[in-house]
Design a protein around this ligand. Sequence first.
Ligand code: FEO
Length: 149
Amino acid sequence: MTDTLLRWDDSFLIGIDELDYEHKLLIDDINRLHEELAGHDEKSEIERCLGDIYARMQAHFALEEHVMKERGYEFFDEHKREHEALLNSYTEDMVQFLNDTDASASTPIEDSLKHWILDHILTSDKKMSLMVQKKKSFLAKLRNRISGS
Ligand code: FEO
């Protein structure tokens, strides 16, 4: 039995339900990849896992960017650039893995994904969520004040 690479913890929650749900799925996918790599499973299985993670990341970023735009997040461009850099970096790691017959090439993929989870969700996603929720609460108070006057 392989150790879990990333254990879901409520400290990962950012407070936007649909994005939290997708973050959980991403962590599940990354743990699955970790198990496949540790079990030295068929390369085709590992390739499938890598592709699933790429598709999940791409879809997640698209949804999150939609949420940010809809809620008028002021650092949208900066956050979107981070997503693009993460996808590019993951693509490079994937290509390197697929072209390398040495199993040790798997380590950078796991490292970069773990780094993304810990770094991006806990800093950039949380910052975004906090700011859009503050803005929502400020606008609600303003509306109440205007309609009450
Ligand atoms: Fe949840 Fe900015 O990715």
